[in-house]
Design a binder for this molecule. Structure first.
Ligand code: 7RM
Length: 656
């Protein structure tokens, strides 16, 4: 098994249409229906979204204008008033869904809990009052550093309810990474838990928060709320730290949702780029609510008999859009699982599917590849017949993994939606609509209605069939990021200036390379910048390099990705050492732990290579292309004439 190469993917001609039965019952039932929606949206995007916003969501006040586009800044549903927590909760309470399961939570080890819409609403209202009682107001920023427990969703919805902006930080990030994000986002309060389950062990979260806040490092933080999850002893700082359950018990359950402006900030979520520190991606309320609602409805094809499970963590955009907001806005039942695939429990995912009769299942290629390795006896020993639709996200899926997913998990009857999108796009952009578009293994197929995706060269000229180029979006869409938090200029530079069409039009550049085949299907090939994709997680090479050079032994570091069967990519670091330091296995171990401490386990280098010098151009730029070749054990390809000192390359080669 390996990552798809351009050649192997272009030879992939197999076509998997949905069954007639699936199509008949689907939200979007045929290619014609998709094409009609797509054409209608393309001809008049504003009219298309205007109509859906009216029919699909509750608004306290209608908008004056659908779109105000001052490139690259978009405003959607101008002057409309809406609350996403209302759309996710209150509006279902006047229907039979009041007592329908909103969240089914499967914890570790063996805990479980179900919250109906009425119960979830009550928890959210109470917790919103807790936040208010601690002085949190509309526009205040709230850090959320939580394990995968229902309280994470409650925290997000409670913030949204009172107009506070949540900034969820993945619980696997280190104290240092948490601190950076809390400082950048000026968090006023942090919500966390004593600890959480990670694979088979308890990991402390509160101690990381303590460390992040040490010595007044984040002066904006006034209070910390702590969920009691794992019950080990934690330090509670008088006046600053409060137990969730103590305040929650006392709080009133009466808390009407605050009418928010469409463009009020809903959340900040940090993501890695090719330069600098992670960016705070800003999403706003109205457009995000509409787009995640529509994509959930048409792509996951949800109806009231579905049990939908997305295996992401709420710390990532997939968790925000497709565990919490999209499914709940649709009144669906969403499963939340605290565990993760691991050797000690190779059937854990299949147990959850069997236990709850999951019908729609959404996971990442890296998880699928891990399960392939564990063997098909595990899924085969469970009843997976409830499944009717499968999805993938996070990285390109290799056709072998796709076929395994189709056969072993989907029993050859479930369509697979390969969904391409990003933190920045807020929702899924390129994907099959499962009842309408036939799949090809490895292709995300076609753009969602209203998404004008294209493949172009640096001047914005469209690429021919199978030619390849940069993946761009040519018209704003409702859930697009609004800016980089506190840095409009970085927003413009990063996403809107790389591709410069001659007509001066702004196009959104995603950072991915892609091809479109003769049937109009998109094949996303991966990042064309210095962003790695390790197990579906985004990682900037520069972040890892900064972490490495912050260690006293390291003079200089260059980080590249190496293709990896399971993770997609693995981090390989080339390191030069200060003065008297000598490369050794010990130092290698120490540097790996140092990166984990600085960023988190997802950034741990698989390999550290010590070297006397790094290959550079005459102007001093590290030639990563050469290092990528070396890391992959390939011959160095392409032009090396700009290399300043050829002997550096020869030495590096000898060292491999
Ligand atoms: C949702 C998410 C975004 C990057 C993106 C791509 C890669 C995601 C696919 C994919 C090929 C897919 N957000 N990517 N989905 N590549 N096919 N279906 O992953 O911000 O964390 O990452 O992930 O490179 O730019 S993210």
């Amino acid at each position: 098994m390996s990552q798809p190469t351009i050649e192997s993917i272009l030879q992939e001609k197999r076509l998997f249409p949905p069954s007639a039965e699936f199509s008949q019952n689907a939200q979007i039932k045929s290619l014609e229906e998709y094409q009609h929606l797509y054409d209608k949206a393309k001809a008049d995007p504003e009219a298309f979204w205007d109509q859906l916003a009216k029919s699909e969501l509750h608004w306290f006040q209608k908008w004056d204008k659908v779109l105000d586009w001052q490139p690259p800044f978009a405003k959607w549903f101008v002057n409309g008033k809406i609350n996403i927590s209302y759309n996710c909760l209150d509006r279902h309470l006047t229907t039979w869904r009041k007592n329908k399961a909103a969240i089914i939570w499967e914890g570790e080890p063996g805990d479980s809990r179900t919250l109906t819409y009425a119960q979830l609403h009550r928890e959210v209202c109470q917790f919103a009052n807790v936040l208010k009682s601690l002085g949190v107001k509309k526009g205040d920023k709230v850090g959320v550093y939580m394990p995968m427990i229902p309280e994470a969703a409650v925290a997000m919805l409670a913030c949204a309810r009172i107009g506070a902006v949540h900034s969820v930080v993945f619980g696997g990030f280190s104290a240092e990474a948490l601190r950076d994000r809390l400082i950048d986002g000026q968090a006023k309060l942090v919500i966390t838990a004593d600890g959480g389950w990670r694979k088979d062990a308890i990991v402390g979260l509160k101690p990381q928060v303590d460390k992040a806040l040490e010595a007044g490092a984040v002066p904006s933080v006034e209070n910390v709320l702590v969920v009691q999850r794992t019950k080990q002893e934690v330090n509670m700082q008088e006046g600053r730290d409060h137990w969730w359950h103590e305040l929650q018990q006392k709080a009133s359950a009466d808390c009407p949702a605050e009418p928010m402006d469409s463009e009020d900030m809903l959340f900040i979520l940090y993501t890695s780029g090719s330069t600098g520190k992670p960016k705070g991606v800003v999403h706003s309320t109205g457009g995000y609510n509409l787009y995640t609602h529509m994509t959930t409805k048409w792509i996951f094809d949800l109806n009231d008999t579905d049990v939908y499970w997305c295996t992401a963590d709420v710390g990532w955009i997939t968790g925000h859009s497709y565990i919490v907001y999209g499914p709940l806005s649709n009144g669906a039942t969403t499963v939340m699982y605290e565990g993760a695939p691991r050797g000690s429990n190779p059937g854990c995912f299949w147990d959850v599917i069997e236990k709850y009769g999951v019908t729609v299942f959404y996971t990442a290629p890296t998880a699928i590849r891990a399960f392939i390795k564990m063997g098909e006896q595990h899924p085969n020993a469970r009843d997976l017949s409830s499944l009717r639709l499968l999805g993938t996200v996070g990285e390109p899926i290799n056709p072998e993994a796709w076929m395994w997913y189709h056969k072993v998990i989907g029993g050859e009857r479930c369509p697979i939606v390969d969904t391409w999108w990003q933190t920045e796009t807020g929702g899924i952009m390129i994907t099959p609509l499962p009842g309408a578009i036939a799949s090809k293994p490895g292709s995300a197929t076609r753009p969602f209605p209203g998404i004008l995706a294209d493949i172009v060269d640096l001047d914005g000229n469209p690429a021919g069939d199978n030619e390849g180029g940069y993946l761009v979006v040519k018209h704003p869409w409702p859930s697009m990021m609004r800016t980089v938090y506190g840095d409009d200029d970085r927003f413009r530079r990063t996403y809107w200036e790389h591709i410069a069409p001659k007509d001066g039009k702004y196009v959104y550049f995603a950072g991915d390379g892609a091809r479109r085949d003769e049937d109009g299907y998109f094949w996303v090939m991966g990042r064309v910048d210095d962003v790695l994709n390790v197990s579906g997680h985004r990682l900037g090479t520069m972040e890892v390099e900064s972490a490495l050079v912050s260690h006293p032994a390291v003079a200089e570091a260059a980080v590249v990705g190496k293709p990896d069967e399971l993770k997609g990519e693995e981090v390989v670091a080339f390191v030069t050492l200060e003065g008297t330091y000598q490369g050794s296995d010990e130092l290698s171990k120490e540097l790996k732990s140092h990166v984990v401490k600085e960023i988190g386990a997802i950034a741990r280098p698989g390999e550290i290579r010590f070297t006397d010098a790094l290959p550079k151009t005459r102007s001093g730029k590290i030639m990563r292309r050469l290092l990528r070749n070396l890391a992959a054990g390939q011959e160095v390809s392409g032009d090396t004439s700009t290399l300043e000192d050829r002997s550096v390359l020869d030495k590096l080669r000898e060292g491999t």
